[in-house]
Design a protein around this ligand. Structure first.
Ligand code: SAM
Length: 230
């Protein structure tokens, strides 16, 4: 296991960590594609893309799962949109959903810590609700830096480990799920997602080990947005 030093502080052993969640293939991926709602977070991400991206800009969604955000970005005309996910099932689902929506998104199979892209390719990379699952989180941030154009921005949006159980439950209650899916989703947050998630301080320490060096972090009730500029 690689444990790295950053500005003299020890960094948690999460510089490389085992994938603790369920592998998101087959039935699990199909279940997730059904329950993943088009929420306020999605609307905010879309607005952020509109606000920051030049016309004709290129966007990479890292770990898009069923691809909902990438597809919505592709509907805003003028952007080149690529998605990269490690799950074969999700890549298939995302292709099918893009076809249904009548948009072009280049969904590819691959690992966030070894991206199959040239240096300086994208204006913006976005990674939502996935970073905490990565087995090599620091390497994934380094890859974001490598594939961004100079001046490009990366956004990582994810759960905070210090979110309270009451806040997480209240958030799930807003998702409009049926009783069984609501219970399953709360159980998954409790048993897996919160345990894998990071605090803002841990994110800062990981970013400090990469060429980005620093980041801006906005906190909300259960999550955080980490903004990085190349
Ligand atoms: C909870 S889903 C989130 C999907 C989507 N971003 C969303 O907001 O709904 C987590 C995603 O991370 C992907 N993933 C996990 N580890 C990965 C890695 N090392 N590289 C690329 N994708 C990865 C999974 O296959 C899955 O699609």
């Amino acid at each position: 296991m690689t444990v790295e030093q950053t500005r003299g502080e020890p960094v948690s052993a999460k510089a490389v960590k085992p994938y603790k969640g369920l592998a998101m293939e087959g039935m699990i991926a199909k279940w997730y594609a059904k329950i993943r709602t088009q929420d306020e977070e999605m609307a905010r991400s879309l607005q952020q893309v509109r606000d920051m991206l030049p016309a004709g800009g290129s966007v990479l969604e890292i770990a898009p799962g069923p691809g909902y955000l990438a597809i919505e970005i592709a509907k805003l005309s003028g952007y080149r949109v690529v998605g990269l996910d490690i799950s074969r099932t999700f890549v298939e689902i995302a292709h099918a959903k893009a076809r249904e929506a009548g948009v072009t998104v280049d969904f590819q199979l691959g690992n966030a810590s070894a991206m199959p892209f040239e240096d300086n390719t994208f204006d913006f990379t976005v990674c939502r609700a996935a970073f905490k699952n990565f087995t090599e989180p620091v390497q994934a941030i380094r890859e974001m830096y490598r594939v961004l154009k100079p001046g490009g921005k990366a956004l990582i949006a994810d759960l905070r480990r210090d979110a309270s159980r009451a806040e997480v439950d209240a958030h799930v209650d807003t998702m409009g799920l049926g009783r069984v899916n609501e219970w399953l989703t709360k159980w998954t947050f409790r048993t897996t997602l919160l345990k894998n998630a990071y605090t803002a301080e841990e994110m800062r320490r990981m970013v400090a080990q990469t060429e980005f060096g620093t980041c801006d972090i906005d906190l909300d009730t259960i999550g955080m947005e980490i903004w990085l500029t190349k």
